[in-house]
Design a protein around this ligand. Structure first.
Ligand SMILES: [Zn+2]
Ligand SMILES: [Zn+2]
Length: 235
């Protein structure tokens, strides 16, 4: 039976150098509960090292957690990549890491903290997660789709790091059905400027780097079942 669920599919943990140190697995899942969300996704920059901990906690506390990653392409386009299970996002991560160069400078870009489901720090990523991977938008989309994932171009209404700002349009042959807008109020103007976007489903997420920025029950999606697969098939 179809149901309407409240989601926020773009949340950064403390693994993202720009993510607040309060963005621990427990805090994210507890905040999702407080805010009444049914489903969330953890989408750190070019990495998915905290997905497992958040998924475990989501499972315990009744919040669906989509395994995800926000990849920055060679063209500096942000792409939200979502997968059916932890194994797939980790396979994807391995392939992304091959094309990610440089070392993080924590004093300059911020710490990149890896945690377990108790919020204990198990390590720090020393990769330059804030940078671009040496792959085109097309390669990243095909790689994610090849692993059974779905790709949603992030914050297409922003002037930076968006597929619209950086490429000018969405290449029509890309296997993409949805785009993310950071402010739902921008949708009408965006559609007037880029009529091509009428052919895509609009998703609204928070892109939260701080707990208080996570969405409340404000963006809904109709799904056949409240599960990762139920959401994935709508993206
Ligand atoms: Zn982004
Ligand atoms: Zn983001």
């Amino acid at each position: 039976m179809a149901m309407n669920i409240a989601l926020d599919l773009h949340i950064h943990s403390a693994l993202s150098p720009c993510g607040d140190s309060d963005m621990t697995p427990n805090n994210i899942v507890n905040m999702a509960r407080l805010k009444g969300l049914d489903a969330i996704a953890v989408t750190d920059h070019n990495s998915a090292e905290n997905v497992e901990a958040v998924m475990k906690l989501g499972y315990e506390k009744g919040i669906v957690v989509l395994p995800g990653m926000e990849v920055q392409s060679r063209e500096e386009v942000h792409l939200l990549c979502y997968f059916a299970c932890l194994g797939r996002v980790l396979d994807f991560q391995e392939r992304i890491y091959v094309h990610l160069e440089g070392k993080n400078r924590p004093d300059f870009f911020g710490e990149q903290v890896i945690m377990d489901e108790k919020d204990s720090i198990t390590g720090h990523s020393d990769r330059l997660l804030i940078g671009s991977v040496g792959l085109s938008v097309e390669r990243i989309v095909n790689m994610a789709i090849g692993l059974g994932g779905r790709v949603v171009p992030a914050h297409v209404d922003k002037k930076t790091y968006s597929i619209i700002s950086n490429l000018g349009f969405i290449p029509p042959d890309l296997d993409i059905k949805s785009v993310e807008v950071s402010r739902p109020g921008n949708t009408a103007g965006l559609l007037r400027q880029h009529s091509q976007l009428k052919g895509y489903r609009m998703i609204h997420s928070s892109d939260a780097h701080r707990l208080e920025d996570m969405l409340e029950r404000e963006f809904f999606m109709e799904v056949k079942e409240k599960s990762v697969l139920g959401i994935l098939e709508q993206l």
